[in-house]
Design a binder for this molecule. Structure first.
Ligand code: SF4
Length: 441
């Protein structure tokens, strides 16, 4: 519904991962459909929703700070999201919040808002909203295909916060993706907690899509998404054996030659202590097999160093593995206790100075690999998307880089032809540790 000028405005503070960002988008759109306005400032808001993150203790502290700031600046605060699963923890610091709900409890948030800051105008007079609000730039969108996770990694509390795997139907995902593409999205970033497990909870049921009977699984979903004309980028892919079927889909460059695989470690004993899914298949053969099908494949991953009990030799194994696997883009975290995680109780917690040393050694190795891999791109021409048009240059991304987390290509530019979201061909002329420079061809 369009907003009546007398309708209340709601502020929203969104913290955490892209999955939480998608929840915030859903909430904003539901509020708009009800006729509420969205306020970018505390001062103009009649109430503020804080969508929290509760993954790491540092994220919890950030969420508590955000709640405190919203209380100081506005006073009417509704807390939702992952940290909302532990209301007593929030109430200890902030007893004056209006209400606390857990992740994806949209109806409870809406109930509180409609009760505490009701719309006074006649809702039947309002008109359907002409636009869907996105929290990402127009040219790319996150597409959440499932919620929750069936695994029980020892360092993670997401399954207890978000429940077991619940896949969305293929029909609903494809219809959302189609609408996003019609509204200008040129890149769909497929996300979930465990993308490769998509459809498992639905027993891979057969559905009718575009006149074809298809099993609900990640391969069919990605194939169908690739026909919409937007780039499709895959995140949070666990290295199950069936992932190799996805790689040939990347040869056409609609499904991008990119896999975000959260390996977390490489040593089998550490993976076992972490209770990682598919801990027996983190082998180099699998990475080589993917690359033999698509030599251009770019692999992003995250790793944890200093996990309880990690010995120097297990850590060295990880460094050697990284060198062999030549992972293109990496993120690294020093192990941190998360309240409620089983790993907190494990013996042989690693001292902070050792964690710091391993983190630095890991990042040095990752930087060397990144530098070499980017150097190999010099002289080649790649399809890129423009993320920013500045006065003297374009800031672009190659097909091998995801927004926000990977590298950029800087292209000198002083014309007035291109816009954000345009795809351009860029010849790479130089490289550094993480970024590239190039020229338009
Ligand atoms: S796979 Fe492991 S780390 Fe990822 S959400 Fe599930 S339990 Fe957490």
């Amino acid at each position: 519904m369009d907003k009546d000028k007398n309708s209340p405005n709601i502020g929203l503070v969104s913290l955490g991962c892209p999955k939480a960002l998608v929840d915030s988008e859903v909430l904003i759109n539901k509020l708009q459909q009800l006729g509420y306005g969205i306020s970018p400032t505390y001062a103009n808001a009649d109430a503020v929703v804080v969508n929290t993150c509760g993954f790491l203790d540092s994220a919890k502290a950030e969420s508590l700070n955000a709640i405190g700031e919203a209380l100081n600046e506005n006073g009417k605060v509704i807390v939702t999201g992952c940290l909302g699963s532990t209301p007593e923890f929030i109430l200890e610091s902030h007893p004056n919040v209006m209400t606390i709900t857990g992740p994806q409890k949209f109806n409870e948030v809406l109930d509180t808002i409609t009760e505490q800051v009701p719309i006074k105008s006649n809702p039947f007079e309002a008109k359907p909203s002409p636009s869907y609000v996105k929290l990402t730039p127009k040219h790319y969108s996150y597409l959440k295909i499932s919620e929750g996770c069936n695994h029980k990694c020892s360092f993670c509390i997401i399954p207890s916060l978000r429940g077991s795997l619940k896949s969305r139907s293929m029909t609903s995902i494809i219809s959302e993706a189609r609408s996003l593409v019609e509204m200008g999205t040129k890149e769909l970033l497929v996300i979930s907690q465990d993308t490769s497990a998509y459809g498992l909870d639905l027993k891979y049921e057969e559905v009718l899509i575009n006149g074809k009977k298809l099993k609900t699984n990640i391969y069919n979903l990605v194939s169908e998404l690739s026909s919409l004309g937007a780039w499709v980028r895959l995140h949070y892919i666990y290295p199950y054996p069936h992932v190799k079927k996805l790689v040939p889909l990347m040869n056409e460059h609609t499904v991008l030659p990119y896999l975000d695989v959260p390996f977390q470690h490489a040593h089998p004993d550490v993976l076992k202590r972490m209770a990682r899914p598919s801990s027996n298949v983190h082998d180099l053969e699998q990475v080589s097999e993917w690359r033999s099908v698509n030599p251009d494949l770019s692999i992003r991953s995250t790793f944890i160093v200093g996990f309880p009990g990690e010995t120097e030799s297990e850590f060295s194994f990880l460094l050697d593995w990284l060198e062999e696997a030549k992972i293109d883009r990496v993120g690294c975290f020093k192990y941190e206790d998360v309240s409620g995680a089983r790993s907190n109780l494990m013996e042989n917690q690693i001292q902070d100075d050792i964690k710091e040393d391993r983190f630095n050694r890991f990042m040095r190795k990752a930087q060397e690999i990144s530098k070499l891999k980017l150097k190999e791109k010099v002289g080649k021409t790649y399809s890129c998307v423009i993320d920013i048009v500045a006065s003297d240059r374009l800031v672009c991304r190659t097909i091998f880089d995801a927004p926000e987390i990977d590298g950029l290509v800087s292209v000198p530019y002083n014309q007035d032809i291109h816009c954000v979201g345009d795809r351009v061909q860029v010849k790479i002329i130089s490289s550094s540790e993480y970024d590239l420079t190039g020229e338009l061809t």
